[in-house]
Ligand binder design. Structure first.
Ligand code: GUN
Length: 291
């Protein structure tokens, strides 16, 4: 029997509706949650993400500001902008879109954002809080979205073996933190795989829940999935496709056509994790405004 398709678009829509009353309540107290997104350079995928984030904020009745800077912006100019946003009372959340151009020290920029406005959850203070289960810390939007998707799809993480492929600071590591926590959506046994993992397929085949975030199109093949496993595909890769209007299409890190025949449930790309990421960013911005 083919896998159940986990509909991230539907879950994200329901969660955005649930956020409405919280935003209304803040507004009644004179606080409109505000998010600033900073984009340096002209990477087309980053532009698309930032545009979607801005639109999602406005649809939710939140304040949104997008600051676009040229690729050759000096690091100190970017740091000055972060300082200005840190001091701006209209802005509760600051997001600097990654990757940054190579001449900029990413950590220096991310560490300059006030932890209380770091809705990406990349500042070491938030990384630490999330790792010890302090709910005032901001959970990075993508793994937070994956956890909500599992919870709201009725997938039990307690006692399950979750195997994460990819150890990035944006997805893999914080995903492991969240799944390890004691509580709903946690209590999993977690394995994190990476480029040096020996015999990767033998590890991925142990997974009850397989979460893939490595940025390689169709990297996970059907034989790497244990029959009946839940597969969460975080990858969003543009592959050339002259038959489409844009000349490309989006594929995940998992070979979906093969995975759907082996897994019990699987996220599609697009329409799986992607819509959840933006929704959780809105949640974090509301959390920032509330705190
Ligand atoms: N680039 C890819 N994913 C993300 C994200 O979640 N936040 C930021 N700031 N940049 C990204």
């Amino acid at each position: 029997m083919p896998a159940k398709i986990i509909d991230g678009t539907a879950v994200a829509r329901a969660m955005r509706e649930e956020l409405g009353p919280r935003i209304a309540e803040l507004k009644a107290r004179g606080i409109t949650p505000g998010l600033a997104a900073v984009l340096v350079g002209d990477d087309p995928a980053s532009h698309a993400y930032v545009r979607m984030k801005g639109r999602a904020c406005e649809e939710a009745g939140m304040y949104s500001e997008t600051i676009k800077l040229p690729a050759d912006t000096p690091e100190d100019k970017l740091l000055e902008l972060v300082d200005r946003l840190n001091a701006d009372p209209k802005i509760h959340g600051i997001l600097v879109q990654l990757p940054l151009p190579k001449h900029i020290n990413t950590n220096r920029v991310l560490h300059r954002i006030l932890p209380s406005k770091d809705v990406d959850g990349f500042h070491p203070e938030n990384v630490g809080k999330v790792s010890i289960g302090d709910p005032t810390g901001f959970r990075p939007a993508t793994p937070y979205g994956v956890q909500q998707l599992l919870l709201r799809s009725g997938i039990e993480t307690k006692g399950a073996h979750a195997v994460i492929v990819g150890r990035s600071n944006i997805v893999g590591r914080p995903m492991a933190s969240l799944l390890l926590q004691d509580g709903p959506g946690g209590n999993a046994t977690v394995t994190v795989c990476h480029s040096r993992t020996r015999d990767l397929p033998s590890v991925t085949r142990l997974a009850d829940i397989l979460i893939v975030a490595i940025g390689k199109p169709k990297f996970v093949t059907g034989d790497m999935i244990r029959p009946g496993a839940v597969v969460i595909d975080v990858g969003v890769n543009r592959v050339e496709d002259p038959s489409t209007e844009k000349g490309y299409r989006l594929v995940g890190d998992v070979d979906f056509e093969a995975g759907v025949e082996v897994a019990s449930a699987i996220t599609p790309v697009p329409g799986g994790v992607g819509p959840m990421t933006i929704t959780m960013l809105l949640y974090n911005t509301v959390q920032a405004a509330s705190q």
